[in-house]
Write a protein that binds this ligand. Structure first.
Ligand SMILES: NC(=O)c1ccc[n+]([C@@H]2O[C@H](COP(=O)([O-])OP(=O)(O)OC[C@H]3O[C@@H](n4cnc5c(N)ncnc54)[C@H](OP(=O)(O)O)[C@@H]3O)[C@@H](O)[C@H]2O)c1
Length: 400
């Protein structure tokens, strides 16, 4: 009989890519914890649609028959005790992959962030224990490093690590809880900032780099509405250190390396899934500005020189400042020992990074075109929506 893996967050960006990789690298049956959404859509339908869409987006449509045969949804919610499955499921699971999380970071979402990332993780640990899981893989983030700089080791952060936002704080608390869990082997996997597939560039949800691009395009539109072509002539100031390494890693690299680590015999508890070829912040931000058709910005290290327009931009992109300053180098002793260094070398130079940006700008433009319908007064009355994979609003899909 084939092994059984349980994945949370399989309808998301990292969890979806990871599930495809499990299909590709193992013969396992995959149970996916999926919550109900869109009213009457069953978790199984949501799961099949979202995994098939991810497979197509990543040029892996050959996996669709495996998705249909080997992926099974379990209805549930990580906010519930035992993820809402206190009875009824009697499978013995070899590995749990906990990817579900809240990626919000703003103070106003504090209770949701901690409910998902800390209490939710506790619920998944209890569920894993009930399923007699042998290994618990927790998808964390390299940014549990918080505001530390220098060489960041693959070790557990302390609870009082200074952080840049509540998301990082919640992920530190969750890591400490996972590491203290007993009854199974625990493994903490820490991607840096995840971007789309290395071949097709596609992503299926849009935080990190995509949030930065989105904020910049919104800002540009807002200024253009008020001040016309002002930004054509005037460079903006951005608070960032040009030399800071920005660590972006393609989603397929994260997924493939995570599964290879689980198939290895390594008992190391923590692995950095980061890029050995980070880009300097100055060049990365300049590329985003160029693709958004803004002049190359000036980089500053305080707000002293800000004009009111610079301040408005700074407010829009403040969350990203901590990722654009400070010198962090993610140590990969454990990851390299299993994967070899080459598995973490993902150069985004020679135009590749710009192609990622362009890919997302095209999605944003398409979504806007689809969302702006001419007010002819002749549109048919709206039909009650049941569900189709296309019925996810385009804007919501790309984070507008
Ligand atoms: N994206 C990055 O750049 C990045 C970088 C480093 C680490 N990570 C880590 O990678 C993991 C996945 O992130 P992602 O980018 O894939 O996020 P994502 O695309 O937003 O996906 C989040 C997933 O979690 C599920 N989920 C959220 N709340 C849930 C709940 N209450 N019950 C059940 N499922 C729930 C979502 O399900 P629905 O479809 O129902 O909403 C979705 O499948 C997270 O742990 C994150 O911290 C991400």
């Amino acid at each position: 009989m084939s092994e059984i893996h349980l994945v949370t967050g399989a309808t998301g960006f990292v969890g979806g890519a990871l599930t495809l990789e499990l299909l590709s690298q193992t013969g396992a049956t995959i149970l996916c914890l999926v919550r109900s959404k869109h009213g009457m859509v069953s978790p199984q339908i949501r799961l099949q649609y979202s995994l098939a869409a991810a497979a197509r987006a990543y040029g892996r449509a050959n996996l669709i028959p495996d998705i249909e045969r080997r992926c099974h949804a379990i209805a549930g919610d990580i906010l519930q005790p035992f993820c809402g499955n206190s009875a009824g499921l009697h499978a013995t699971v070899s590995e749990v992959w906990h990817c579900a999380a809240s990626l919000q970071f703003e103070d106003e979402y504090e209770s949701a962030i901690f409910a998902h990332n800390v209490h939710g993780t506790a619920n998944v640990l209890h569920f894993a224990s009930r399923l007699k899981a042998k290994t618990f893989n927790y998808i964390s983030t390299a940014y549990v490093s918080g505001s530390r700089s220098g060489r960041i080791l693959e070790d557990l952060p302390s609870l009082d690590t200074p952080t840049n936002n509540l998301y990082e704080k919640s992920k530190i608390q969750a890591e400490i809880m996972v590491a203290a869990a007993s009854g199974f082997h625990t493994r903490i996997l820490r991607p840096s900032i995840v971007v789309g597939d290395s071949r097709t560039l596609a992503a299926t949800s849009f935080s990190g780099l995509y949030g930065f691009i989105r904020e910049l395009t919104k800002f540009k539109r807002k200024v253009a509405r008020r001040l016309g072509g002002y930004l054509v002539h005037r460079p903006l100031r951005v608070w960032a250190d040009e030399l800071t390494p920005v660590n972006l890693i393609p989603v397929d690299a994260v997924a493939s390396n995570a599964v290879k680590i689980s198939l290895s015999r390594s008992l190391a508890p923590i692995f950095h899934l980061t890029n050995d070829c980070p880009l300097p912040a100055g060049a990365s931000v300049a590329s985003v500005f160029e693709e958004v058709a803004l002049r190359t910005p000036r980089f500053v290290s305080s707000a002293i020189e800000f004009t009111s327009i610079d301040e408005t931009l700074d407010r829009a992109i403040r969350f990203y400042r901590s990722y654009l300053s400070g010198m962090k180098v993610f140590d990969r002793t454990n990851a390299d020992a299993v994967l070899g260094r080459a598995a973490s070398e993902w150069s985004l130079e020679e135009g590749k990074f710009s192609r990622y940006i362009r890919w997302y700008l095209i999605q944003l433009a398409d979504a806007q075109t689809r969302d702006v319908r001419p007010a002819t007064g002749l549109e048919p009355a709206p039909v009650p929506v049941t569900f189709s994979p296309q019925s996810c609003e385009a804007g919501a899909m790309i984070g507008l």
